[in-house]
Design a binder for this molecule. Structure first.
Ligand code: UD1
Ligand code: CA
Length: 475
């Protein structure tokens, strides 16, 4: 929308959070609170955004960059009116209407912002303000209305008398302004109030003094006006954003067996007909394809999971790729840069790091594969370890297509096993193996007959076995 800009107030510390992190940088479903605010503004069609930063500004900058926003610095937090004044100074000349949003109110929706803009124009008001009817309005500014329904004043909790405190209609801290009005009225604010701050809310009085009006818009969903001021409110807001996310997924054709026990972060996508079982966490930028199944206890962060893939219980994976129809787990660990091929199996207690596992290959039990390139249809025996680290550097292991590896193989990297080769169980492979060869390295087995009967008969007695009589001549 041309000519409409946003100022996002995000300079405060948020003392009630009891945190070193600025309040607006606290994560709500995997993204900072202020990110959600900017996302709503962007979805409402607003291009230009000015972020007013102060306390802990470095922690907020990534969000500013993500939206290509501008920064206005408010060195000392003299109040929301002063913060808006700082933001206004950075707005481009083309901005005719200004939406002011609170960085600590992440539940606002794009349609509500558009409604706020429309209401101001429709009513010919210099400003419109988003309000909400709350059962418990404690802590919020109260909306006092004129007889004609326009706003008479907004009174902060700390400045309110008992009668005003009974008002349930609260200020969300989200407004649409005529830019010219904002520019001429902001410098007139004073800080004569309980908090000795410049209140943006006092602009209502400035409008009335000019004979202009402020139009209230009551949010259809009272949750939208909620701000985060404490850790409890952070948890409540997260729950609301999570429920919205889960509803959207179900509406798009994803089965969530038990939504109340499912945690899926903001940017995660899931294809149709995938099934997510209880107790799953899908985090970061994870993308799940269609018809995938993710079972209880899986924690998946920044991964790509292909169509038809099956993540069995309690598998943990980060920054990895699981291709179509692959089967992972139970109890697998994929560390960054694991790439599991189409139809491959990674099983119980297998750890994979920075390795490519080819199509249809299997590593089903108790293995560590690090810095490895595994071809197609390879059998990685139980207990295989890539010895990839000599204490200083990491080395690569290559297993060609169709290699069959017995159990308990140590692959001392750098080492290459050619295609179709066979490795005997219990081998320690230190040299390259040519294609189609058998490689085996085991100490020769020695047997001393009747040794236990002669030297440790108490072991047999303990086990309830009769001790055989050892004739002379038996070795
Ligand atoms: C403000 C409103 C209140 C409203 C509530 C909604 C005022 C005076 N009060 O109160 O009517 O019900 O929001 O959540 O506006 N900020 C700055 N610089 C400052 C002060 C604040 O950038 O100097 C930012 C904060 O980082 C925060 C937002 O403005 O993102 C709101 O500030 P906060 O102190 O939480 O205001 P409230 O007391 O909640
Ligand atoms: Ca607040």
């Amino acid at each position: 929308m041309k000519g409409i800009s946003a100022i996002i107030l995000a300079a405060g510390q948020g003392k009630r959070m009891k945190s070193a992190l600025p309040k607006v940088a606290h994560s709500v479903l995997g993204k900072p609170a202020v990110w959600h605010v900017a996302q709503a503004a962007r979805s409402a069609g607003i291009r230009e955004m000015v972020f007013v930063l102060g306390y802990g500004r470095d922690k907020v900058l990534p969000t500013v960059e993500a939206f290509g926003g501008k920064v206005a610095i408010q060195e000392t937090q003299f109040g929301t009116g002063d913060a808006a004044r700082c933001g206004l100074a950075e707005l481009s000349a083309g901005a005719k209407e200004v939406v002011v949003l609170c960085g600590d109110a992440p539940l606002i929706r794009p349609g509500t912002i558009r409604g706020l803009l429309a209401a101001r124009r429709r009513k010919g008001a210099v400003a419109s303000v988003l309000t909400g009817m709350l059962d418990n309005p404690t802590g919020y500014g109260r909306i006092v209305r004129n007889a004609d329904g326009t706003v008479a004043k907004i009174v902060e909790e700390k400045d309110a008398d008992p009668a005003t405190r009974k008002i349930r209609e609260v200020n969300s801290g989200t407004y649409a302004f005529d830019r010219v009005f904002l520019e001429r009225a902001l410098p007139r604010l004073s800080d004569v109030n309980a908090q000795r701050e410049y209140y943006l809310t006092d602009l209502v009085l400035e409008a009335l003094a000019e004979g202009k009006c402020v139009a209230p818009v009551v949010a259809g969903d009272p949750d939208e006006v909620r701000g985060i001021n404490s850790r409890r409110e952070l948890a409540e807001a997260t729950r609301i954003v999570l429920n919205r996310k889960l509803d959207a997924l179900m509406d798009s054709g994803v089965t969530l067996i038990d939504p109340d026990r499912t945690y899926i972060e903001t940017e995660v996508t899931i294809g149709q007909d995938s099934v997510i079982e209880p107790g799953v966490s899908l985090l970061g930028k994870t993308r799940v394809g269609r018809c995938a199944r993710i079972q209880t206890g899986c924690v998946v962060e920044d991964c790509i999971v292909g169509d038809g893939a099956h993540l069995k219980p309690y598998s943990v994976m980060t920054s990895s790729r699981v291709r179509n129809d692959a089967i992972i787990g139970p109890f697998s660990h994929l560390r960054p840069e694991a790439d599991i091929g189409v139809g491959a199996h990674i099983g119980n207690f297998v750890e994979v790091k920075k390795s490519r596992i080819g199509r249809g290959s299997k590593a089903n039990h108790l293995s560590y594969l690090g810095d490895a390139i595994v071809g197609k249809k390879v059998n990685v025996g139980a207990g295989t370890i890539t010895c990839n680290y000599d204490g200083i550097a990491k080395y690569q292991t290559v297993l060609g297509d169709g290699v069959f590896e017995g159990s308990d193989t140590m692959l001392v990297a750098p080492v290459t096993v050619g295609k179709g080769a066979l490795i005997g169980a219990g081998s320690t492979i230190t040299q390259n193996v040519p294609p189609y060869a058998l490689a085996i390295s085991r100490a020769e087995q020695k047997v001393s007959e009747f040794w236990v009967a002669r030297k440790k008969p108490e072991l047999l007695k303990k086990a309830g076995l009769a001790v055989p009589v050892v004739k002379k001549g038996d070795k």
